[in-house]
Design a binder for this molecule. Structure first.
Ligand SMILES: Cc1cc2nc3c(=O)[nH]c(=O)nc-3n(C[C@H](O)[C@H](O)[C@H](O)COP(=O)(O)OP(=O)(O)OC[C@H]3O[C@@H](n4cnc5c(N)ncnc54)[C@H](O)[C@@H]3O)c2cc1C
Length: 457
């Protein structure tokens, strides 16, 4: 079977469906292919959180009370120190949604915009014509399908099935997101034994342990989450360490879900000849939380504008014509995420007591009321002089913050054309080489845990 379209999207989840809808709305014949059945789409985990503001910002239908994908809205999140003190309130409205139903809603929206969806259709290989990408081959229930397209988008999630098969060399690196470049999330869906006193209505996070407690659809339910680099096993050990330090409400376990997200810098370019990479396939998650959906929508909306212009009058979108995707994304979000990724290794390298001091003084997390108050350098210095921050932790934090600031500046100066990329990438490589890998830090921590276990018999 053969098909001709303008835009082919591989992967029909939150990133692919949004991009497909935007391109279809611009009048392009758009086809989304997903290897999953329509029924199973998005089943890898159940409950998802998305900031309410993003729905109006990206022009998407907002789920609300009475909708099958809507669970609840909470209006603040709270962050606690490693010693379970100094709660920091973050007043942002967040929707709690059932993921499968929400993806169905997005698919309906994309189809309303004019996109077509094809399920049970798995990408097998890219197609090239005169050395340029021209679509892809798929395998479906009815056999092989050849789909020719002017633009092929890879929104296939962490496996990045097309990006990893491209030749690379033009900034769209074809790396595989390996085991050490992932954030491993375990969600425990629990029932509270005493919901009348322990009811969970907001998300509370303990960043030191990489753990959180979130609301669930049932009023006597909650989700205990943990996310960590390296492995599910290490993430579970982090959860156990947390449960040993912070009093958890009494509960019964319903079920456990485990899944991973990318945790590494994105490729230096999202676009090449007839190609764009989006969402988890582009490693576009927020380094602080591991969340990805609205951040991918930002890239999708920029890409739809730039490709929309470049593909007018039947034109094939060459890399030069869509380079604005990289430049605009770097300035809107990429530079900040790169800075945060580089800084995290410094922020996590401290003891529970040091983390508690950082919370007390609003050094890493600020309450809404503390924003912009106090001098950060002075607070750090006071911590050192009073013996509450060690020289080792202070210098680690300072080195990571310094490197993060340089990376931010470098990304803000992303080259205006592909000709500047080689030089820019060389300097970026040198800056990233100075960033400590979170997997290395996790590995050292794990070794410490194992040594302590062995010592205690
Ligand atoms: C446990 C957990 C909880 C999370 N919670 C949140 C949250 O609360 N809020 C938030 O914003 N983010 C959250 N995230 C991150 C978020 O889930 C991802 O960033 C987001 O799902 C990425 O969307 P995507 O469309 O890029 O990729 P995916 O959701 O991975 O979708 C990729 C699609 O491509 C399809 N595909 C794969 N291979 C092929 C192929 N060969 N051929 C055709 N199709 C293919 C897949 O079937 C899939 O449908 C969480 C992640 C995890 C693991």
């Amino acid at each position: 079977m053969k098909r001709d379209v303008d835009v082919l999207v591989i992967g029909g989840c939150t990133a692919g469906l949004y991009f497909a809808g935007l391109m279809a709305r611009r009048g392009f014949r758009t086809l989304v292919c997903d290897c999953s059945t329509q029924e199973n789409l998005g089943r890898s985990y159940d409950v998802i959180h998305i900031g309410r503001e993003y729905f109006s910002r990206f022009g998407l239908p907002e789920p609300g009370p009475g909708d099958s994908d809507y669970v609840a809205t909470f209006r603040r999140s709270i962050f606690h120190s490693a010693l379970d003190k100094w709660p920091k309130n973050n007043r942002v409205e967040v929707l709690v949604l059932r993921r499968v139903g929400f993806i169905r809603r997005l698919a309906d929206w994309a189809r309303e915009q004019g996109a077509e969806t094809l399920y049970g259709t798995a990408f097998t290989e890219p197609l090239f014509e005169n050395g340029r990408l021209s679509g892809a081959l798929f395998r479906g229930e009815a056999g092989d399908i050849q789909i020719n397209a002017r633009l092929t988008a890879d929104a296939s999630g962490i496996s990045a099935v097309l990006r990893t098969r491209l030749p690379g060399g033009d900034g769209v690196e074809n790396f595989v997101t390996g085991d050490r470049d992932r954030f491993y999330v375990t969600l425990r869906y629990v029932r509270l034994k005493h919901p009348e006193k322990d009811r969970v209505e907001v998300t509370t996070t303990w960043p030191y342990y990489k753990t959180w407690i979130a609301p669930r659809e049932e009023s006597d339910g909650a989700i205990f989450g943990v996310g960590a680099n390296l492995s599910f096993d290490y993430a579970d050990r982090c959860f156990n360490r947390f449960a040993g330090k912070v009093r958890l409400p009494e509960y019964e376990l319903d079920r456990i879900e485990q899944s991973s997200t990318p945790y590494r810098r994105p490729p230096y370019s999202f676009v090449s000849e007839g190609f764009v990479v989006l969402g988890d396939a582009a490693c576009l998650t927020n380094p602080w939380s591991g969340e990805g959906v609205p951040y991918a929508w930002l890239l999708c909306s920029i890409a739809a504008e730039e490709f929309g212009k470049a593909m007018q009058d039947g034109a094939y979108p060459v890399q030069d014509a869509v380079w604005g995707v990289n430049v605009r994304y770097a300035r809107a979000q990429g530079a900040l995420f790169a800075q945060n990724l580089a800084m995290l290794s410094g922020a996590v390298s401290c003891t529970p007591e040091e983390n508690d001091y950082e919370f007390e003084k609003g050094i890493i997390f600020e309450d809404d009321a503390e924003k912009g108050k106090g001098n950060l350098v002075l607070k750090l210095l006071k911590g050192f002089l009073s013996g509450r921050l060690s020289w080792k932790s202070l210098s680690c934090l300072a080195a990571a913050a310094g490197n993060g600031a340089k990376i931010y500046k470098h990304y803000m100066a992303y080259p205006e054309s592909p000709r500047g990329l080689a030089d820019w990438a060389r300097k970026a490589d040198a800056l990233w080489a100075k960033t400590r890998s979170m997997a290395d830090i996790a590995e050292a921590d794990l070794a410490g845990m194992e040594a302590a276990e062995a010592a205690s018999g």
